[in-house]
Ligand binder design. Structure first.
Ligand SMILES: *[C@@H]1O[C@H](CO)[C@@H](O)[C@H](O)[C@H]1NC(C)=O
Length: 407
């Protein structure tokens, strides 16, 4: 009996230790976030174990959990007609408001997040998001299921995102869905925000296109991998749900690079993974110049030259603006559409977003920078039961409000 007691206490302590992670005091809903993080981490650990045992890729374990728990069928409601379709050969779910007569509608092409490797636009949380957008904006929403890593690597995801966007903006498709060509936007969260920014750049530079996106709405986007030691990467390296080493893993996976390069990417001599970086490009990720002083705090640049030994492998994607839209020249940025950039204080990607907002502004683009002092990475997806966060609802409301006024 006493042994069982002791075992029970030990197990509870172990569970508490596993669940507990020190969180910043200002983050919204710290206890809920801790449990969410423990869940997420345990799936990652199981995935890594399966991977190490040679059963399957760790990403597949996570995606199986997602499809089992989160993926839902296309279900129409009295107000929104939902169908599975394809644009440019890329599977996509379409949310169309019911009724409305002959008036042309607005449209949004949306890319889901998940580190270019996880999740799908057919998940419950994206279903909730797209339905709300369709209803409240009276807009046609296209949730694009681009291919994922490890089967697909850069530039496949980008090409799918671009192909779906171009196909949706064709006059036949716009007519079919009765969408106003002058009022279509592109949007996405996290890795989807990366794709949205990259596609927006590419399409605005393409003079052969007669229809262009009117706005780009980027939700805690990931935009560069040259410096994984920005103040937000340093400050939030262990903050749920996107830990710094996990983001680095996603980058290597996306760029089809050897996972053994992880320490090199993290110690920030990312320059070692590429031939010398010209000063002009370094200036594009120079956060001393690009983010407000209040976010720089006491953090210092970790020299790009420091690092452990020579690296033989080169990862060209690191400098490709289709993978890292923050590295685009001003002349590219100056042609992109009006922008909304959401950032969260407790997110390693905060400074990617802040730097991009500033660079767009410097290029003459109208930018709304929407920052959440109590937000964490992914919070906008947690506006509903069972993981309900006030900052999730607040950010979602503001995002839709912005779209309503600017699209
Ligand atoms: C970054 O910006 C600061 C402040 O404007 C400047 O002093 C520094 O030389 C810049 N560094 C690089 C690598 O461009």
């Amino acid at each position: 009996m006493r042994l069982r007691w002791a075992g029970g206490v030990l197990l509870s302590v172990a569970a508490a230790y596993y669940i507990y992670s020190p969180l910043p005091s200002d983050v919204n809903g710290p206890w809920k976030l801790m449990i969410l993080d423990a869940l997420f981490r345990s799936f990652i650990h199981v995935g890594d174990m399966a991977h190490a045992l040679g059963i399957c890729h760790s990403v597949h374990v996570l995606n199986s959990v997602v499809s089992w728990a989160e993926v839902i069928e296309a279900r129409s409601s009295p107000t929104v007609h939902v169908t599975d379709s394809a644009f440019g050969g890329v599977p996509s779910r379409v949310f169309q408001p019911v009724g409305g007569g002959a008036k042309l509608r607005r449209g949004v092409v949306y890319f889901h997040g998940g580190g270019w490797a996880l999740l799908t636009g057919r998940m419950r949380s994206y279903d909730v998001l797209c339905r709300r957008m369709a209803e409240e904006l009276d807009a046609v929403i296209v949730s694009v299921d681009y291919r994922l890593a490890p089967e697909a690597v850069f530039p496949d995801q980008f090409h799918d995102a671009l192909a779906a966007s171009r196909a949706f903006l064709s006059s036949e498709v716009l007519q079919h869905y009765r969408v106003d060509p002058a009022r279509v936007g592109v949007s996405g969260d996290s890795a989807g925000g990366n794709l949205a920014a990259a596609v927006a750049q590419q399409m605005s530079a393409d003079d052969s296109l007669s229809v262009k996106f009117r706005i780009q709405a980027l939700i805690y986007p990931v935009l560069q991998a040259l410096d994984l030691n920005t103040p937000s990467y340093q400050q939030n390296k262990n903050v749920p749900i996107l830990h710094r080493h996990l983001m680095a893993r996603f980058w290597l996976l996306y760029l089809g690079a050897n996972p053994s390069l992880l320490p090199h990417l993290l110690s920030s001599p990312s320059s070692l993974l590429h031939p010398p970086i010209p000063p002009s490009i370094r200036a594009y990720v120079n956060w001393t110049a690009l983010i407000p002083a209040k976010h720089q705090k006491h953090y210092r640049h970790i020299a790009m030259e420091t690092g452990s030994g020579e690296v033989k492998e080169v990862v060209p994607g690191l400098l490709d603006i289709r993978a890292a839209p923050l590295l685009a020249e001003q002349s590219v940025l100056s042609r992109t559409p009006q922008a909304y950039v959401m950032t969260c204080e407790f997110d390693v990607l905060r400074d990617d977003g802040l730097m991009y907002a500033r660079r767009l502004q410097d290029a003459g683009i109208r930018v709304t920078s929407d920052h959440y002092d109590d937000g964490f990475h992914g919070c906008m997806a947690f506006a509903y039961w069972p993981f309900w966060f006030k900052v999730g609802k607040r950010s979602l409301d503001n995002y839709i409000h912005w779209l309503d006024h600017n699209l």
